[in-house]
Structure formats: C-alpha cells, structure tokens
Design a binder for this molecule. Sequence first.
Ligand code: PNW
Length: 465
Amino acid sequence: MTGHVFPESFVWGSATAAYQIEGAATEDGRGTSIWDTYSHTPGRTLNGDTGDVAADHYHRYAEDLGHIADLGLDAYRFSISWPRVQPGGSGAFNRAGLDFYSRLVDGLLERGVRPVATMYHWDLPQELEDAGGWPVRDTALRFQEYAAGIVEALGDRVHTWTTFNEPWCSAYLGYASGVHAPGRTEPAAALAAVHHLNLAHGLAGRVVRELAPAAELSVTLNLHVIRPASDSAADRDAVRRIDALANRAFLGPMLDGAYPADLLADTAAVTDWSFVQTGDEKVIAVPLDVLGVNYYSSTLVRAWDGVSPRSDADGHGKSTATPWVGADNVDFLPQPGPYTAMGWNIDPAAFTELLLRLHREYPGQPLMITENGAAFDDVVEADGTIRDDRRVDYLRRHIAAVAEARAQGADVRGYFVWSLLDNFEWGYGYDRRFGIIRVDYDTQVRTWKQSAHWYQRLAATGKLG
Ligand code: PNW
C-alpha cells in the first residue's frame, strides 16, 4: 500500500463548489437558485442550515488562493454559480458576478495553478425551476446560452471546462427522492431530467469547442460500483438494473452515442422516453478530453421479492421516495464497515475496480479523479492542532487504489481531494466536514488539518508514504 510514486506530470488538486463555500447569497446582483429556496424551506436541511454565508469564500477568495498556493497544488476545481453570473437563468449577464470568477481565475494563474471550472454544481436559477426545471427541454437550451456567456468571459484562461458535476444527483436526488433541491418526487420527471442534463452537456460541450478551442472539455460523473449480494442470476440482474440507472444512463449517450436498450426497457412503465428527439444522442456524444470521476463508497444490492422485509440501506422501503426509478425489485443492503461520518462504507478496492472498468470499456479515454474524500469528526487539540488521522488514512488508501489502477493500465491523470475547505454539505448542512482545511463558522478562520500537511507533502513529492 505504501511506496507508490506518481509521475511529475500527475495533477494534484482540490475541489469545491460555489453554493457550498461562497456565501454572499444576495450580494452584487446574484439571483436566487433552487438551493437557496430549498435550504430556506423548513425541514429540508439538517438544523435548517443554508448557504447564505457558508465559508464566506466570495469575500475571502484571496486568502483561499493563498492556501491553494501554499498547499502546492497544480490545479483547483471550483464551480461557477449560474444565478451569480446570469441571475434569471436567461438574458442579461451580471458583470459583477463574471468579474468575481475572472479575478479567481487570474489569481490561480498568477500562482501557477490550473483553473478547472465546473459550469453546473447544482445551483439552477429558481426562475428556470419555476418554468419546469431539468425535466423540461428548454432548460438545456438556457444552459447552452449560459455556457456561451461564461466561456466567452473566461475563455481559455480556464484550463479545463467541466459541464456538469454529478448529473445523477441533480436528476434522481432532485426530482425522484427529493433529498436535494428542488425536492420533487416525480419518477418520470427524474428520467426526463437525466436526458435534459445529458443534452445540456452536449450543447455546452460544443460551445467550449467553438469558443475556447484550446481548453480541455470534461464532465464529472459519480459512478457507482455495485456488487451483488450473491452470485444468483436474480442478484446479478439487480446489479445490471442499478448500473443502467446510475452509470450507463450517462456513460451510454456521452461515450457510446446512445442510451442503453435495457435502461429504456426497465423504465418503460415510468416513461416512454419520448423526450429524446432524433439527433439528441449525437449532440450528447461530444468527445471528451477527460472524464471526471467522483468516488466515495460502494453499493451492495440484491433482488427483492416484494414480500420479505427490505434492508433499507438506500432509502428504499422507508416512507421517503427512492432515487432508483423503476427498480422497485431491488434491495440495497447495509455494507460492512468501517464508515465515514456520512455513514458511507470505506471500500478503496471498489475504486480500483471502477477505474479498471472504465479503462476496459473506454480504452484511450483519459480519466481524472475530480472528487474523493471523507467526512469525519475532527479532533481539535488544546494547542489548536486538528487531528484527522482517519481522513489521512482514507486518502492514503484511496490514492493507493488510484496508483493500483494506474499500474494496471488505467490512464488516470490527476486527483482532486474533496474538499479544500469544510463547507455546506447540502442536506447535512455544516454538520459534516469534508475539508482538509478546517473552517470555524463563527470566525471564518481557516486552520490546516493534519491531512492538509500530509497532502502538501504528497503534492510536492508524488510519493505516497
Ligand atoms: C458529492 N449520494 O455529492 C458532491 O459533488 C459534493 O458537492 C459533495 O459535497 C460531496 O460529494 C460529498 O457528499 C454527493 O447520495 C452527494 O450518493 C450525495 C451522493 C453522492 C455524492
């Protein structure tokens, strides 16, 4: 597990997202997003937390640029808040919002750090949700217009443009289980959202090719590693169904040029997929310079007979709605520990498997780890030291898993730790801390955790000790 050495060219980075760190939710002309609305709705987030202030990064970005530089990172992955730069989701752009990202990008370049910009990390302008949101086709066209505005403004100062972060979450958690904004529980709408997110990806990808030909194009997917509870045909079929919904619903159109036939068949009782128009799949299949992969934990499933008690590890069987549209015959099993503070199991071997699968199925497609990391309860010592040995251990084991996949041929070009800073962890508010830098939410003071010092050494040497 130790002794891995990464080449000098391997990219070490850290990642954040606009709504999770920026705050300044009503400043300088920023419009309202679905996450503002959702987090301000009583009962939606833990402790009623909102991103109104978050890590106050909008005001403290210069200090945060200093941390990025001090960590010695090669790249920084951030997201652009759509309602900050185009408040109503269509029409006029907001100069002050664009200027903020322009200063951020220039600040990165001055420090020799590659800017990796995500166009969409879940903060849809509320006006567009009011007009139907991702289940309606027009939202994809609005996204194309937004993409053109930001690519025109930032162009190829941005090294890598990433269209979407985890469209799986936007579609299924936003429109099927409702645990993310906008909090809708409409299975057919969730599948329409899948398609319009894919379509928007293709449209925006073409914008990048045209307006910033020197920039790299990517998308970030949270791909699932799904294991069967047994080797039975029924359990293996449960894996196939979940793989179709979670992975191939995105990989299919993006990298193979078509939706998988089994996905359409499995969900036929939910929707007839008539929202897929002739030519859409061709638009979606814009070639990618790099495929971004987010990985945290693995999934264990079995076939469910509809009678025996459900194990409930994934929201199935509870009164809450399921994200797994049309997969009522699948049960999600609790995994063996240990777990992170999210209750997610720790399974670095699955990370290697995932990367090798992608290498096998998409040979020649470069890969980038755009998120990996863990929430734990950090220990603040009397002298101010922040002990997070479990995070260091998690990162070491997962980065070793990346090294293992590389050794077996996977073309993984870099790794971004989630996250640079503690931040607003969506439905879990400020309760769950993923940062390698601690944020004191009373004072906004940033303090490096042990993991930050550890990661700094790794980025400097490329040696996994
Ligand atoms: C990702 N799930 O979110 C996001 O890209 C980050 O914004 C987030 O902070 C990070 O992972 C940690 O959660 C996910 O329920 C949220 O499967 C939920 C799920 C997966 C990823």
